[in-house]
Write a protein that binds this ligand. Structure first.
Ligand SMILES: *[C@@H]1O[C@H](CO)[C@@H](O)[C@H](O)[C@H]1NC(C)=O
Ligand SMILES: *[C@@H]1O[C@H](CO)[C@@H](O)[C@H](O)[C@H]1NC(C)=O
Length: 440
């Protein structure tokens, strides 16, 4: 009897393990199934329908359990294999009760030969394979934590609703921020089902840039003939070994510049198929500050001193200035934002802007002065620059000061005497000469 109960326990453990590995770690994804509304042919803007749908990810193709579910739920698609393993990424499966949800949209897909130049060799045989006669879908997914963007092309034998992934393109870092001058890697990788008859015919990779309606081809590579398309882009490349060996199609930019800021679309082509992901690159460069005049001239009470702070080389535009005065006791007083000039854009497209503050030493709240600091707050970081601001004559002058002043006064008096004596002796001649010149 004891033996039987042990067997039960063991099988329960095995079942739990199975559920943990294949069930809990890779459950169901909620998706929108979006397609053109049927029966509306002829209208230019086709109406779209949107339905909730469930995507079951079955990592064990033989599992009966999952199969029965597929049949009972309409509009759901089941992946009966997931070799790329990306659909099981933790990015797509948030913890229980999480507010943020992964995004998933499924669309019907129509395989067709692509007409762009670098993909033409892929479909040069002219006969489209019988393999294409099936139900095709694309699934676009995005992780809840911003870690994964994924686009899959899936094929289901007609009317089975059990698609397999044939082509998968993904990016693990689709939101990148870089400073100027740094090398940047825009992540994009692809996976192809090796058992698909389309696999042996080669692939093509294309990177396209898009920013506010402006687009350009950055790079295009025809993997079948091993050729690059001509582009204007400099300093952009791929790692060939990684591309052919592991499907790593990441775009490498040697040196980030402002003009690189924008959206990049990584498209991978197989014959008749394509999948793409978008990667955003944001260039953020904090300002360099310079404060002037530096050092500040000594200020007498009643004198107004103007201090300027120039923030330069920053991107993007938005910047905030603050001025602070740190008194001798370490007390910090705000001097406001100063008067800020309009921005200027340099040849490298970075911005500069200046703020000016007037320090009126007669104002009692400035005390004896102290450290004047310009603070520039930017998305790329906060920068500070300081200069010492001294107000003289606030404390009573010492005996030495008086003696020095008397000495200086005597010196000046003596000098005036000497000068006036020198000039008065020869002044008549000088005046006469001046008159001659004036009236000649
Ligand atoms: C792909 O290649 C890039 C550039 O060589 C590298 O930084 C990145 O780590 C690679 N990605 C993977 C998943 O190996
Ligand atoms: C201003 O005052 C500080 C001490 O508060 C002193 O160290 C500094 O030398 C003074 N600067 C000038 C230009 O007099």
């Amino acid at each position: 009897m004891a033996n039987i109960s042990t067997i039960y326990k063991l099988s329960f453990l095995a079942f739990s393990y199975f559920m943990h590995v294949y069930g809990a770690s890779c459950p169901i994804l909620e998706c929108w199934f979006v397609q053109e509304k049927p029966g509306r042919g002829g209208s230019f803007h086709a109406a779209m329908s949107q339905e909730k749908s469930l995507l079951y990810i079955n990592t064990d193709p033989g599992s009966e359990e999952t199969r029965s579910k597929i049949i009972s739920i309409d509009k759901s698609l089941c992946l009966s294999s997931d070799p790329a393993a990306t659909l099981c990424s933790s990015s797509l499966h948030p913890p229980e009760g999480s507010v943020q949800k992964p995004q998933c949209e499924i669309n019907p897909f129509m395989p067709q030969p692509s007409t762009v130049q670098w993909t033409v060799p892929l479909t040069d045989s002219a006969h489209s394979p019988i393999y294409l006669q099936a139900d095709w879908y694309t699934a676009a997914l995005q992780g809840f934590d911003g870690q994964l963007r994924l686009s899959n092309v899936m094929r289901a034998p007609t009317a089975t609703k059990e698609p397999n992934v044939v082509l998968s393109v993904s990016s693990r870092t689709f939101m990148i921020r870089s400073r100027l001058g740094e090398p940047v890697v825009l992540d994009c990788g692809f996976w192809v089902d090796a058992s698909s008859p389309l696999t042996g015919s080669g692939f093509a990779v294309e990177w396209r840039y898009q920013f506010r309606g402006d687009g350009r081809l950055v790079l295009a590579y025809d993997g079948k003939t091993d050729r690059f398309a001509e582009t204007q882009e400099e300093g952009a490349g791929l790692d060939f070994m990684a591309l052919h060996e592991t499907g790593n199609a990441s775009l490498i930019l040697q040196e980030a510049q402002v003009r690189h800021s924008g959206t990049y679309i990584c498209t991978v082509y197989l014959p008749y198929l394509l999948a793409q992901v978008a990667v955003e690159l944001e260039i953020v460069e904090p300002p360099s500050l310079s404060i002037f005049p530096s050092p500040l001239p000594l200020s007498m009470p009643g004198q107004v001193v103007t201090v300027q702070c120039e923030a330069s080389g920053f991107y993007p535009l938005s910047l905030e200035f603050h001025w602070e005065l740190t008194g001798p006791g370490g007390r910090v007083r705000s001097l406001g934002q100063g008067s800020v000039t309009g921005h200027r854009q340099g040849p490298d497209s970075t911005y500069s802007q200046t703020s000016r503050v007037e320090l009126d030493s007669a104002k009692p709240d400035l005390g004896r002065g102290g450290e004047v600091t310009c603070v520039a707050v930017h998305r790329g970081g906060t920068r500070r620059a300081s200069v010492t601001f001294n107000i003289t004559g606030v404390s009573a002058p010492s005996i030495e000061d008086y003696m020095a002043m008397v000495a200086v006064a005597l010196g000046i008096y003596g000098l005036i005497k000497v000068v006036s004596w020198t000039f008065s002796s020869g002044s008549d001649d000088a005046n006469a000469q001046e008159k001659v010149i004036t009236f000649s």
